[in-house]
Write a protein that binds this ligand. Structure first.
Ligand SMILES: CC(=O)N[C@H]1[C@@H](OP(=O)(O)OP(=O)(O)OC[C@H]2O[C@@H](n3ccc(=O)[nH]c3=O)[C@H](O)[C@@H]2O)O[C@H](CO)[C@@H](O)[C@@H]1O
Length: 368
């Protein structure tokens, strides 16, 4: 199968596309791909690292307020559609799949206009602007939560697939996860992570928790700062963490996240949709701190759906407090029954066969 993938800006839109590519390769080793993204997004780094050919277009997102920038965005969209059409005519894909983020707007729109089968994948309960716009033109909208259907009233076909990153994490090797951290197999790991770009609020609360961490017995804390915050945060953390230095692992980013997650006991995280798909597929108990800075507060909606089922604990950023958060982590670590219960509830949300369902749909559209 020849597949064009497009989506980006942040990891939450890119990793699902890469998981789909991996599943296509598994099903048909002769599959070939072209990924279309922007130079500015994380995709320009993550995609070539996976050996997938990458082409870029120049496009920006709409501002929610009226502004002259939006006029420029419309012009860039029109140019983007033109460039995407050229790339699509050269590559001749069987299917084009967009995974959200504004870059997939012109790519998927151009494909639909050229009569190429198209799918968009939505990771969140509340869809992003681009996917909502595209839902009118594509053959299939693949959703990660059944609650999303009502947002796509104008779509031809809405299909519940879950998030393909779920498939990737359940297939990952936990032994490789331990080995990559240099830890003995079976170690207890608490991970603290602020999404694919890191989160200042989570970094601040982590620094506040440092004096308490020594109370955690035999636990390794894997703390992912985000690339941009690494230098400043690392200094602050190293200054305040002498007592548990050998059990605190401060990293800017984890490239093999599925393997490390497979080895993790408890996660403290933002509530981005791909992260939640991973946590639920593996049944990892979590404390979620939704970002308040996202469209329609969609991370809180993501987190709430898990919290209501007892699959996670949600803490709003406005109520974040280092001592209280540490208390919640300690509670989870000290109560196996509570962790087990939360793990089972989380697993009920997991969609480990998501990638298979999406690739089935791609093959169906290709064969039409
Ligand atoms: C600020 C913002 O707009 N965030 C959005 C973005 O978030 P963001 O990209 O942070 O979203 P997610 O939490 O969904 O995904 C992060 C992805 O990056 C991976 N990862 C993260 C850290 C790391 O060190 N290594 C690594 O591989 C995670 O395993 C996961 O696959 O896209 C999500 C999916 O549409 C949305 O729900 C989020 O609201």
């Amino acid at each position: 199968m020849r597949v064009v993938l497009s989506g980006g800006g942040t990891g939450g839109h890119i990793y699902p596309a890469l998981a789909i590519a991996r599943e296509c390769e598994k099903r048909d080793p002769s599959s070939t791909f072209l990924y279309i993204g922007t130079e500015r997004g994380l995709e320009s780094k993550l995609v070539p690292e996976q050996g997938i050919p990458f082409a870029s277009i120049d496009i920006t997102g709409f501002r929610r307020k009226l502004s002259f920038e939006n006029v420029k965005t419309v012009l860039r969209f029109i140019q983007g559609v033109r460039r995407a059409k050229q790339l699509l005519k050269e590559f001749k894909p069987d299917v084009v799949i967009g995974t959200g983020g504004y870059v997939c707007g012109p790519v998927v729109y151009a494909a639909a206009k050229l009569g190429i089968p198209t799918i968009v994948h939505e990771q969140n309960v509340i869809p992003g602007l681009t996917n909502k716009f595209l839902s009118r033109y594509v053959d299939t909208v693949a959703v990660s939560f059944e609650d999303s259907n009502s947002y796509f009233a104008k779509a031809k076909h809405v299909l519940f697939t879950g998030n393909p990153r779920a498939t990737e994490v359940v297939e990952a090797s936990r032994e490789r996860g331990y080995a990559s951290l240099g830890l003995p197999s079976g170690s207890s790991i608490v991970m603290v992570v602020g999404g694919s770009r890191g989160a200042k609020a989570i970094n601040d609360v982590m620094i506040g928790m440092l004096p308490h961490l020594k109370r955690l017995p035999d636990v390794h804390v894997v703390y992912v700062t985000g690339q941009n915050y690494y230098e400043e945060t690392r200094k602050a953390v190293l200054a305040g963490s002498e007592s548990i230095r050998n059990r605190l692992h401060v990293l800017p980013y984890i490239a093999n996240m599925p393997e490390v997650l497979a080895a993790t006991t408890v996660v403290i995280s933002r509530a981005g949709a791909s992260s939640l798909a991973e946590l639920t597929a593996l049944g990892i108990p979590s404390i979620l701190i939704p970002s308040p800075n996202v469209t329609n507060n969609h991370q809180e909606a993501n987190a709430r759906s898990l919290e209501q089922a007892g699959a996670a604990i949600m803490v709003k950023e406005s109520q974040l407090n280092a001592a209280a958060l540490f208390g919640q982590i300690e509670q989870l670590l000290n109560h196996d029954d509570k962790r087990k219960q939360m793990s089972e509830q989380a697993k009920a949300f997991g969609q480990p066969d998501s990638a298979t369902r999406i690739v089935n749909e791609m093959l169906r559209l290709k064969g039409k």
